[in-house]
Design a protein around this ligand. Structure first.
Ligand code: ADP
Ligand code: ASP
Ligand code: MG
Length: 440
């Protein structure tokens, strides 16, 4: 069995939903994971902020705009089927009623999670009804019945494995399974989610739980490109990536993949294909246990909102224990470190989560003098870069010779060179890298 995930653009209109049906039906009995229709999660976030700020009229107006989008989709999906039109409109009205119930009341974080879940609940309901209108016996499975986080906020893999397999077994007569990406429950059973872009993660968690033959991530572009197409022209698809290369690219900003979605696939050696809903026959990108090719740089990505914190030891030389104390402070403030760089007497640490920045700085001052550079970006260069292959680092640094470089990290893995620069230099750096690495 395979897992096929379709992102927001892929289910963004009646036409798109019909295209998805044409892709999934011929592939047979698989698990289909859907995101909310494009723009819907953003609209729900906007509605939440109106509710939180007691702006009832604006909240109502935004719900009306959202409803219009659904009504148009429903009319086009079921133009000659009044019963299914009515069923879909009824489900939409129930969803809206739930959202409206928060207007004028105290709005808690857990209420926001319930509102955000409505996008995926609606898109899957529409797809399920549409498949039935074509005579396909799809089963609509609620991700809230099997997707759960444990007490540490990470997916509870044991629970997910057991409950996913149970629910598939209970619905084994279905032709196809439809479920929601992104949404889950927390360890207390309350509705939660896997963060923005988390439907990719849902797909790979299900893939791992059912030991799928393949995970397909269908989106609006023909695979992972060698640079970020939002900032660089003339990017081209990379046909094959190892799990490690894809993980690095996803973690360091390649938006096409959720940062953590490769790990479950890697742990179970499940190939991941990135495919284009608008051009289903394009080859896309295969991520898997691929053979070691000759030394090559394959792709570049960038991550924003980086802060670099430097700590200079009070002692003349770095004493043993200094790094331990520094890293423990980041752990105490539950802040993941993206990159480090050390000298004899100081260490620089790059982070993207700045929620605890003030407290971290306060504690770090006990270890030495502290300075912070905000508004930075990490540019990550990925490929088959084993250290004994000469010259690849030199080409990267040469390409960036016009850009001031704050930190460099190389040798942490065989597939990544990471460089911290000012955020305002990012677009120029990405373009210089494309020009010098891929098209010279
Ligand atoms: P979906 O809604 O299907 O999950 P996303 O918007 O999350 O789609 O991801 C697809 C988008 O990722 C593309 O439209 C593209 O703009 C962006 N993107 C960023 N970096 C890359 C890259 N290296 N290769 C391909 N797409 C990328
Ligand atoms: N709908 C969610 C979002 O927009 C999850 C996803 O699309 O993967 O972030
Ligand atoms: Mg996405």
């Amino acid at each position: 069995m395979k897992v096929l995930k379709f992102g927001g653009t892929s289910v963004g209109s009646a036409e798109r939903i019909k295209d998805v049906a044409n892709i999934i039906i011929p592939q047979g009995k698989n698990v289909i994971v859907l995101s909310a229709m494009s723009g819907v999660t953003n609209m729900l976030i906007e509605i939440c902020s109106y509710i939180r700020n007691n702006e009832a009229i604006l909240a109502e107006q935004a719900i009306t705009i959202l409803s219009q989008k659904y009504i148009e989709t429903i009319r086009n999906l079921f133009s000659e089927d009044n019963n299914r039109q009515a069923a879909a409109v009824k489900a939409m009205e129930e969803s809206n009623k739930r959202i409206r119930s928060y207007i004028g009341n105290r709005f808690r974080n857990e209420d926001e999670k319930i509102v955000l879940a409505q996008g995926e609940l609606m898109s899957t309901m529409l797809m399920h009804l549409y498949l039935h209108s074509l005579g396909v016996n799809s089963a609509l499975l609620s991700a809230l019945d099997f997707m759960r986080k444990s007490y540490n906020g990470e997916p509870d893999k044991e629970y997910i494995t057991k409950h996913t397999n149970d629910i598939l077994f209970r619905n084994s007569k279905a032709d196809i399974y439809i479920t929601q990406g992104f949404i889950c429950r927390d360890c207390l059973g309350k509705i939660d989610n896997l963060e923005r872009g988390g439907s990719d993660y849902t797909a790979s968690l299900i893939g791992a739980a059912i030991k799928a033959d393949e995970i397909q991530i269908w989106t609006d572009i023909d695979g992972l490109h060698n640079n970020d197409p939002r900032f660089v022209e003339n990017t081209s698809p990379v046909r094959q990536l190892s799990f490690d290369e894809a993980s690095e690219l996803a973690y360091f900003g390649a938006k096409i993949l959720h940062p953590t979605c490769i790990l479950p696939a890697k742990q179970h050696n499940i190939p991941v294909k990135l495919l284009n809903t608008m051009q289903p026959s394009a080859s896309g990108t295969l991520i898997g246990d691929i053979p070691d090719l000759p030394a090559t740089i394959k792709a570049v990505a960038a991550k924003d909102n980086i802060k670099v914190i430097s700590v200079k030891s009070d002692r003349l030389l770095l004493s043993y224990g200094f790094l331990h104390r520094v890293f423990e402070i980041f752990k105490d403030h539950t802040t993941a470190i993206d990159m480090i760089s050390t000298s004899e007497v100081s260490v620089s640490v790059a982070i993207d989560n700045g929620k605890e920045l003030d407290n971290i700085i306060k504690d770090l001052k006990k270890c030495g003098s502290v300075s912070v550079d905000e508004d930075m970006s990490i540019v990550c260069i990925v490929g088959n870069l084993h250290w004994n292959k000469c010259g690849l680092e030199a080409v990267v640094l040469k390409a960036l010779e016009e850009i001031p470089v704050r930190m460099i990290s190389y040798g942490g893995s065989n597939c990544n060179i990471s460089i911290v620069i000012k955020a305002c230099d990012k677009v120029k750096a990405l373009n210089l890298l494309s020009k010098n690495l891929f098209y010279n």
